[in-house]
Design a protein around this ligand. Structure first.
Ligand code: FAD
Length: 692
């Protein structure tokens, strides 16, 4: 067909209009640019899958998207819960979306009758989670310090209505900075927030209650804004679970714990990443100390030939599986014990529902490898499960637990129960009526745990050291010992490597040979995460390292590196390490190695120790720091870098305070000025933290 002049004029007009529309705000136009060259090229893009959220909402008939920025799975869990509640209580057509899977340049076309939620965790030093980095940079401008880029006249997001909740930890300096900065930036760009921007505090241990309290007010505000009517929530499954009688667990198409298709088909193929772990051999394992109920592991993980690289100061992630005892308990509580090997296919009922792990799989594999069944229990989840209680008495108890926060605290939280233990405490009858979909929805996908690499990449490029204390906590008044999932798994691997039996009575066993024995030969799934915790590029700069307990992990790598440089004849600056533990005879990590480094580095290496349980008074690293105030001040004057690693809740904070005091006292400045200098050191990268 030919295009006549009139058509051409209309087309040109449309084109000009479109260009004008898209470039109406210079800030927005500039921000769009990075994506203009390569639409859909960012992480997670899949062929045929739109990265335009407006189009996605249209295609799927949704009017509410719940974006999440999640690192450990909690924000993702809250997003799913909000989606379910929005749909079941308020009739919203909701979908959950990973921030990484969409582009943001078309947010300015977001329809006025729809709403976007942002559930955003803050990670580390006020940083976005890995999956939220691009979104964060896009809406706020490049820098994390940025507080909104549009001028006051530019309101490109005037049609966007949004809801915001942040997950943070008040023991960190940049408390909930993600949600605060994103909220400020969106408001500045003209978007309209509905309800308050909620903030949950993991530091105070009130995350779940902060979330529950915030969401009620938010739903009221959102209902008023969108004219929603509340109705009685009735459980509707998100996933269909079909038992596949024609398949058995031996069938090669069935996932028995493999992380993804490439592991199912080829026992894994690179490139390895946060979405695709490498099944790494453990070259060596030993216990650095073992006293009653406490032990600490040192592992050497061999990444040669995998294509995985690390730099001194990076983190390694370990992908755990659950202990057999807890898998058995879980299957028994939900009446799935007899059919644990039954093959199931899991599919989203709605097109936007993402199945969190691969299928077909078995109940056993799902519970063992894919679900975080040992985590603390949420009150809301117990409420949801009440509808499926085995009898009226159990149901009444669960409804009470769901409604009464103090009662829940007393009966469940203070006992450190996981979900199966909690339900066991409510009724001895199995909870057979609970749909498996409801369990997948209410329980997070199992998360890899991070460890600060305790070796130097310069010294051992292909072997990654891990220093991990085995989590084993005796709860006063409780009958059980809370066992950390990953660290006990690593302990079991070490025991197997040395042919030791698992110690009773609290010993836990794991299926450590992995799915189809693919982890046989002492292997563990891992990936490497790059961090900003780095030695100065100039090795002649002095460094001050504060690392009590396992906080010493990255500093073993730092000192190993500096000792190797010194041995090569390079000029290495003063290296001061403050290490603390309970007793010199009990948990003094790497005691012998420090002596060797001392020999290699001579006077340029200084180790200060604080043993908290040796004298009448408890002595911690911060006390030793204070005692050495003149030295510290002197090194800072020589442009020393200052590093802190380990316990975020107490130690890291106190070290920060003490350093401010040292600076103010030594330089005769006001305390405020001392604090300001520390703040400046943080922002300029000469004060670095790796805390957890
Ligand atoms: P989990 O099963 O995750 O349990 C963790 C804790 O939660 C338990 O101790 C327990 O107190 C509590 N808990 C568990 N279940 C329940 C329940 N049902 N109810 C209530 N409470 C419960 N650790 C090191 O040892 N060395 C390191 O070098 C190191 N580096 C790290 C670096 C980073 C960046 C981060 C984020 C963490 C680091 N950690 C390190 C901590 C590590 O990632 C793990 O959190 C730790 O090893 C515990 O993991 P786990 O799976 O054994 O315990």
């Amino acid at each position: 067909a030919q295009i006549d002049t009139l058509d051409l004029i209309v087309l040109m007009g449309l084109l000009v209009g479109t260009v004008a529309y898209f470039t109406k705000g210079t800030y927005w136009a500039v921000q769009k640019d990075p994506y203009a060259a390569a639409p859909g090229a960012a992480n997670g893009a899949k062929a045929g899958k739109t990265r335009n959220i407006v189009e996605k909402l249209d295609e799927t008939g949704k009017n509410c998207v719940i974006f999440y920025g999640s690192q450990t799975g909690t924000a993702e869990d809250y997003a799913s819960r909000l989606a379910k509640e929005g749909s079941q209580r308020f009739g919203l057509k909701t979908m959950v979306a990973d921030l990484e899977e969409y582009d943001y340049d078309l947010l300015d076309t977001f329809p006025e009758d729809k709403v976007a939620f942002f559930v955003l965790a803050t990670y580390g030093e006020g940083e976005p989670t890995d999956n939220a980095v691009e979104f964060y940079q896009f809406v706020t401008g490049e820098s994390p310090e940025f507080t909104g880029g549009a001028s006051d006249e530019e309101k490109p997001l005037a049609s966007l209505k949004y809801v915001a909740f942040g997950l943070g930890n008040n023991t960190y300096e940049h408390y909930n900075s993600m949600v605060r900065h994103v909220d400020a930036a969106l408001t500045k760009l003209g978007a309209k927030r509905i309800g308050d921007a909620g903030e949950g505090d993991d530091g105070a241990g009130t995350m779940e209650e902060d979330f529950l309290a915030w969401k009620e007010g938010m739903w009221t505000a959102l209902s008023a804004e969108l004219g929603l009517e509340e109705r009685e929530a009735v459980y509707e499954p998100i996933f269909s679970i079909t038992e596949q009688d024609e398949l058995t667990a031996e069938d090669s198409a069935v996932y028995l714990g493999e992380p993804n298709l490439s592991h199912l088909e080829h026992a894994g193929k690179g490139p390895y990443s946060a979405h695709n772990p490498y099944i790494a051999p453990i070259a060596e394992s030993r216990e650095l100390f073992a006293v009653k109920d406490r032990n600490c592991l040192h592992l050497e993980i061999d990444v040669s030939g995998s294509g995985l690289h690390y730099q001194t100061g990076d983190h390694i992630a370990v992908w755990p599986s659950n202990a057999s005892m807890e898998v058995d308990r879980f299957l028994k509580v939900f009446g799935l014990d007899a059919k644990r090997e039954t093959v199931i296919k899991i599919k989203g009922i709605d097109v936007t529902a993402k199945v969190p792990f691969p299928s077909p799989t078995t109940y056993d594999a799902a519970v063992r490898y894919y679900m975080e069944i040992c985590a603390p229990v949420s009150r809301q989840f117990v409420s949801t499960l009440a509808a499926f209680a085995p009898d009226e008495k159990a149901k009444a108890e669960m409804v009470r637990l769901g409604n009464d926060k103090d009662y829940f605290q007393e009966k469940i939280t203070s006992q450190c129960f996981n979900i199966a233990q909690a339900l066991e405490s409510i009724s001895s009858a199995p909870f057979t009526a609970v749909p498996f979909s409801c369990l997948i929805e209410g329980i997070n996908r199992i998360q890899p745990r991070y460890y600060s690499i305790s070796s130097s990449s310069l010294v051992q490029k292909e072997k990654i050291s891990v220093t991990a204390v085995v989590e084993s906590v005796r709860i006063p008044g409780a009958t059980h010992v809370v066992k950390g999932v990953t660290t006990n798994y690593l302990l079991a691997l070490k025991q197997k490597q040395h042919g030791e039996p698992s110690p009773e009575p609290h010993g836990v066993t794991y299926a450590i040979d992995g799915p189809r024995n693919k982890y046989d030969g002492i292997r563990v799934p891992v990936h490497v995460r790059h961090s900003n915790f780095k030695l100065p590029s100039d090795p002649s700069k002095p460094i001050i390292l504060i690392g009590p307990g396992t906080g010493v992990a990255p500093f073993r790598g730092f000192v190993q590196e500096r000792a190797a440089l010194a041995a090569r004849g390079e000029k290495v600056g003063t290296t001061v390490l403050f290490f603390g533990c309970r007793k010199s005879t009990e948990d003094f990590l790497y005691e012998d190695e420090w002596k060797t480094y001392q020999e290699q580095m001579g006077d340029s290496f200084k180790l200060f120790t604080a043993f908290s349980r040796e004298g009448a008074q408890k002595v911690y690293v911060q006390h030793r720091l204070r005692e050495n105030a003149a030295l510290i001040n002197d090194l800072l004057a020589q442009k020393a870098y200052f590093y802190v690693c380990g316990d975020a809740a107490h130690m890291a904070r106190e070290v920060n305070t003490v350093l401010g005091q040292i600076i103010s006292e030594q330089r005769s400045l006001t305390p405020e000025k001392g604090e300001e200098i520390v703040k400046h050191m943080r922002s300029s990268g000469t004060y670095q933290e790796d805390v957890w």
